[in-house]
Design a protein around this ligand. Sequence first.
Ligand SMILES: [Ca+2]
Length: 488
Amino acid sequence: MDRRGFLRGCGAVLGAGIVGGCVLAEGAKPAAKKPNIVFILIDDLGWFDVGFNGSKFYETPNIDKVCRSGMRFTSAYANAANCAPTRACFLTGMYTPRHGIYTVGNSDRGKAKDRRLVPTKNADTLERKFVTIAEALKPAGYTSASMGKWHMGDDPEFGPIGQGFDVNIGGGRWGTPPKGHFEPYGTPNLEVAPKGEYLTDRISAEAVKFIENNKGGPFFLYLTHYAVHSPVQAKKDITAKYEQKTPSDGQKNARYAAMIESVDQGVGKILKKLDDLGIADDTAIIFFSDNGGVHPTTSHGPLRGSKGAYYEGGIREPMAVKWPGVVKSGTTCDEPVIGLDFYPTLLEMAGAKVPKGTKLDGVSITSLFKGAKSLGRDAIFWHMPAYLQGRIPDSRDGAFRTRPVSVIRSGKWKLMMFHEEWSLDGGRAKIDTNNSVELYDLVNDIGEKKNLANINKSKRDELLDKLLAWIKKTNAPIPAQANTAYVG
Ligand SMILES: [Ca+2]
C-alpha cells in the first residue's frame, strides 16, 4: 500500500476489512491455554518507518508479515513524545501525573532566557510502589524478561529485576547503550561479546534464547531494542545496500535504514523460532514504538512534528498485533489506542487480575482484536509540564520541540493546551486571544495545519472542559510560576 492509500484508510474507510462480531477461526474454540506474549517496543521508530505504513525506502518484510498476519492499528499513540515517560506509563498502566515521569532527565531543557515558566520537576526513576505489568502477570504463571532499554533506574532495586522481571538483558538507567551499538556496549549482562557484535543482533539472539528456554510457557517477553535511537550506527553491509537506493518521501538515511533492517531481521528470527518450536499459534506478538521518529534522521510524511513534539509526528506510532485464533489476519483498526492500554490488555489476555490497590488509566483493547470497531471510550490524554529543546519543522516556535502542554484526543478532535499562555496570559478568560489552545480535526487534517480553536468554539470548549476535568482528577500539575530569567 502506498502512503495515499494508507491515509485514505485512516479517514474515510474507517474499519475497512474488519468483519464484525467474533473473528475466531472457524471451528476454533477460545484458547484455554494462556498465550505467550511478545511485546516488541522499538525506540524512536516513526509512524512511517515501516513498510506496513507505506515506507518505500525502509525494508521491513518480517515486521510487515506480523502485520499481515494480524491487525494494523492506524491511530495508536505513545504515552509521551519521548522515551522514559512512555515506558513508565506502559509498565504501570498509568498516566504521567500518577508516577511523575514526564520527560527524560531534567524538565528545564533549553535556554533559561527562552522559558517563560518554571517547569514541574521530573522523576527519572520509577518508584517501587507501583505494581508493574511483569509483577501483575506473575500470579498468572508468567515468566517475564526485559531485553534491551529500560531507562527508569538500575538493578537491583529500580531496574527490570527490581521491578518484577525474571530476566534482565541490557537494561538500566540509560536511554542509549553507554558505549554505542557495537560491542563493548557498557550495559549489564552483555559484558561478554564477540568483537564487532551488533547490539540489535545480540538482543534478538537473547530473545530467541529466552523463548527456547521457556517454550513450555506462558512467557512475557518485553523486547525493547535500543535501536533505532541515536547514535545512528549500523552494519556496513546492510548500510551499503541502502546507499544504492533511491530516497523516497524524504526518507534517505542509509545507516538509519540499516538499523531498522537489523531490527526486522531479529523479528524474523523470533518468528522462525516460534514456528520451529511449534508455539507460534500459542503466541501473541505486539509491535509498537515508544515515540515519534527523530528529525531530520527520518521523515513523517504528512504528520506534523517529530520526536519530542505533541503534534502527531511525535506521538502517533506504527502498531500491529498478531494473535493466531483471535485476531483475524489482514484487518485494520482505526480506533485511537494508547500505550497504557496494554497493561489491562495483557492482563485480560493472560487471565490475570488487576493488582489490589492498582487503579489503571487505560482500557483493555482485546475487543478491538476480536473485531469491535470502537472501545466506547470518550478520550485519551497526555500531560507534559516540561520543556524539550530543539528545532523541528512545524514546531510552535523555533526554540523548543515542545513547551509545557496538556493534550486531549476525543473522537476525531484533538486539543492542545499550552501552559505558558494558559498560566501567564489570562487562561480561559482570554482564550479567544491568548493563543493558549489549539484545536485540530485529525480525520480531515491529519497534518494539523488548521487550528480551529477560534472557528469551532463549541468543540474547543467541550474538549477543554474534559481536559480540565482530567487534570483535576489526576492532580496533574500545571506550571504557573513565571521564570525570572526569561527574556521576552
Ligand atoms: Ca524513544
